[in-house]
Design a binder for this molecule. Sequence first.
Ligand SMILES: *[C@@H]1O[C@H](CO)[C@@H](O)[C@H](O)[C@H]1NC(C)=O
Ligand SMILES: *[C@@H]1O[C@H](CO)[C@@H](O)[C@H](O)[C@H]1NC(C)=O
Ligand SMILES: *[C@@H]1O[C@H](CO)[C@@H](O)[C@H](O)[C@H]1NC(C)=O
Ligand SMILES: *[C@@H]1O[C@H](CO)[C@@H](O)[C@H](O)[C@H]1NC(C)=O
Ligand SMILES: *[C@@H]1O[C@H](CO)[C@@H](O)[C@H](O)[C@H]1NC(C)=O
Ligand SMILES: *[C@@H]1O[C@H](CO)[C@@H](O)[C@H](O)[C@H]1NC(C)=O
Ligand SMILES: *[C@@H]1O[C@H](CO)[C@@H](O)[C@H](O)[C@H]1NC(C)=O
Ligand SMILES: *[C@@H]1O[C@H](CO)[C@@H](O)[C@H](O)[C@H]1NC(C)=O
Ligand SMILES: *[C@@H]1O[C@H](CO)[C@@H](O)[C@H](O)[C@H]1NC(C)=O
Ligand SMILES: *[C@@H]1O[C@H](CO)[C@@H](O)[C@H](O)[C@H]1NC(C)=O
Ligand SMILES: *[C@@H]1O[C@H](CO)[C@@H](O)[C@H](O)[C@H]1NC(C)=O
Ligand SMILES: *[C@@H]1O[C@H](CO)[C@@H](O)[C@H](O)[C@H]1NC(C)=O
Length: 681
Amino acid sequence: MPVQGLTPILLCLLAMWRILTPVSSYPQHSPCQLVQKTAVCNNGKLSSMPELPPENLEELQLNYNQIKTLQDILQYPSLITISLACNGLEKVQPNVFQNSKSLENLNFANNNIHIGYEETSAALRKLHALRFLDLSENELNDEMAFSLLQNLSSLEYLNLSGNLLRRLDETSFRDLHNLKDLDLQRNRMFEIDSAFGSNPKLQRLNLAFNYLPCLTDFNMTQLVVLNASYNSIEWFISRQDLNETFQLETLDLSNNRLLFFPFLPSHSRLQNLYLSHNMLRFYEHFADNSTLQNSSVEFYNLKKHMKNVTAQLWDDNLHGDISSLDTLDLRGNQVDYFPDGFIKKMSSLSRLRMSMNCLETLNLTSEQFFGSLYELDISNNRLNQISADDGSLATLGNLTYFNLSRNNLEELPFGLFSSLPRIHSIDLSYNNIGICRPDEINTNVSILTPCLQWNKIESLRQLYLKGCNLETVPTSAFTGLSLTHLELSDNPGIDVQDSLQSLSGTLQHLGLGNTQIQDVDLSHFRSLKSLNLSRNSLSHITSSLHEIDLKVLDIRDNRLSTIPSGQAQSLASKLHTIFLAGNTFNCCQTEWFRTFERAKTVNMVGKSDIECQDGPTRTHKLLDSQSFSCSAPEESILWYILLLVPICLFVTGVSIVVFLTYKPKILQTSIKKKYLKPTSY
Ligand SMILES: *[C@@H]1O[C@H](CO)[C@@H](O)[C@H](O)[C@H]1NC(C)=O
Ligand SMILES: *[C@@H]1O[C@H](CO)[C@@H](O)[C@H](O)[C@H]1NC(C)=O
Ligand SMILES: *[C@@H]1O[C@H](CO)[C@@H](O)[C@H](O)[C@H]1NC(C)=O
Ligand SMILES: *[C@@H]1O[C@H](CO)[C@@H](O)[C@H](O)[C@H]1NC(C)=O
Ligand SMILES: *[C@@H]1O[C@H](CO)[C@@H](O)[C@H](O)[C@H]1NC(C)=O
Ligand SMILES: *[C@@H]1O[C@H](CO)[C@@H](O)[C@H](O)[C@H]1NC(C)=O
Ligand SMILES: *[C@@H]1O[C@H](CO)[C@@H](O)[C@H](O)[C@H]1NC(C)=O
Ligand SMILES: *[C@@H]1O[C@H](CO)[C@@H](O)[C@H](O)[C@H]1NC(C)=O
Ligand SMILES: *[C@@H]1O[C@H](CO)[C@@H](O)[C@H](O)[C@H]1NC(C)=O
Ligand SMILES: *[C@@H]1O[C@H](CO)[C@@H](O)[C@H](O)[C@H]1NC(C)=O
Ligand SMILES: *[C@@H]1O[C@H](CO)[C@@H](O)[C@H](O)[C@H]1NC(C)=O
Ligand SMILES: *[C@@H]1O[C@H](CO)[C@@H](O)[C@H](O)[C@H]1NC(C)=O
């Protein structure tokens, strides 16, 4: 009988398995390290709970193992924390935690709880002290998540990010009365309907990277941080009829589809408002002559019941309370003007980021910024006019950073920057503003001029004047300044040598890329750390760099053919970073490349793009030095051939002459030989 024959073999295998199993799952060397009351058993290839001395153990770390099921009752009565992230964990048997009364923190991140969520739910329900639960990345859908969360009324922190949740309603977090921090990032949510009514303590809510189309009727007065970035939100409307002060401090609605400035609560402590990368603008100017003034918006949701939110869309007064704003980030929108009194409402604003909008004018007098303003970025707009007067400039006493780069400015109030006592960084790049000659100096700060005077601005440290069409820079342009950064790149033909000398003591970064500069003496610039000389047709690196302790050198896109070995060694010994691509080096003089390669402290940026030329047309990547060799065999053969040809011709010529002279004799002898030769047959 085949079955009877098999049985002993099976029994034998079973016995062997019994002998082997304890060895593999309880190796003699414990996979855990005990540090005081913590057992660290991460990365141990464990497939079940290790055995540990039970007394006093408070924390158990089992991340990155292969524990698929938790089944035996845990016998660590003082256990507070278990971390089982990244195990492929599928389920926890219902009784596992029945003796773990003090367990507070449970980390199940990055597992497969979706497989055995029902058993796991039953196990979690035994944890009456549970405060932190991380269920992120477990492929949980709505039903599974809500089942897992039933009765977890002690929970304070919950992480459900990276799951498959789609819709939240009033039952979703019904039992989580103590919840303070909820992370719902990276799910697939498209609807939230009265979901947080049972969570009066919720303070931090992260909804980033979902598919929400709007947030209306926002009434969570206790919330402190709301992150709804990276959704498809077109409307954010808070309940306007609440008299309570919202505790909201940070609201992130960046990377959505807002068309309107969000309708913020009427009373709030909002400090940080992030609205970058939306499509918002203000519409009051449009509505001046239209009949749209009293429009209302209707919202439908999937249950087909409708909500009527009446908002006077065109009324720019509907911004809510922005009086405590500290940071307003509006980068990447379509704002073309500020409504009347908008700026004036933000009496504590310190950072205004308006880069990439459509502003055409800025009247500092009428906008009435407050003295709290610290950073103002209006780069990348369409500004062609800025106006200001003594009074408005005097209020900007705290302004430190002012970025106006990439606008269409051709004139500015003469005293715009020199009236700012704390100004530290100014970026005027890519405008058409010059530097005044001494005879062009004005005394009236509000008068508009096409040039500015820099040498009176004592607080200034960083000045960026790229692409301003600068040509002659007066010798005294920077005297008295303690600039650390000066960017003059993209001013082709600028004549700057004399004016720079006054900065030799302080300058740390100097940008002279694309200026057609030929040689510049930097030997006195003892503080210089970073130098940009890219795009200048330079055929050698200025020798004055020997004497300074440069760290970063950008010399891309020039005409270097080699770097003399002495210079390469000197640079390699101090540079941290060098940019060299875009030069056509000589393949036969690449010792410098190995010098830089050998010096482990130098980062050759874009190393794989550096090329050399051998022969008139052939270029090679310097990095694969096998592909070319400098002895250039083909080339030398050509030379040999060229040398040998005349010699050969000469020798051939002589031979012919000799041959012809002795021809009859040789002919005769050869005929004789042929006919006297004995035959083989
Ligand atoms: C949740 O707790 C309530 C009482 O606190 C209890 O009646 C109910 O059975 C519990 N539900 C589950 C699913 O354990
Ligand atoms: C939630 O979990 C995700 C992924 O595990 C993590 O990136 C995120 O930082 C966690 N959230 C919080 C608030 O700790
Ligand atoms: C917020 O509004 C929802 C309905 O939209 C309501 O159920 C809830 O009680 C409100 N919460 C507060 C704090 O007013
Ligand atoms: C909101 O969440 C996104 C995505 O996680 C993050 O990049 C951003 O910094 C968060 N915003 C705030 C204000 O913390
Ligand atoms: C808010 O206050 C106004 C008057 O101060 C009052 O008429 C209104 O009923 C209050 N609204 C709520 C929701 O308490
Ligand atoms: C408002 O009306 C004036 C003339 O009636 C028109 O020139 C202007 O374009 C209108 N404004 C807008 C934003 O439509
Ligand atoms: C808008 O409504 C107000 C009263 O709410 C009314 O006085 C005004 O005439 C209305 N405007 C238009 C254009 O309908
Ligand atoms: C919303 O408001 C409009 C205009 O006021 C009204 O016609 C409509 O019936 C309202 N809808 C609901 C659901 O209340
Ligand atoms: C700037 O605003 C002030 C005050 O509102 C006004 O007097 C001045 O004419 C405005 N300047 C320009 C150029 O519009
Ligand atoms: C600068 O800011 C400080 C505090 O932030 C404030 O006390 C001071 O008045 C401000 N200066 C000006 C000129 O407004
Ligand atoms: C000014 O803004 C431009 C464009 O937004 C940016 O590239 C540049 O780095 C900024 N300048 C400074 C000094 O931060
Ligand atoms: C400065 O110029 C403006 C405009 O040209 C003028 O209104 C103002 O009176 C002048 N101020 C002084 C002090 O001359």
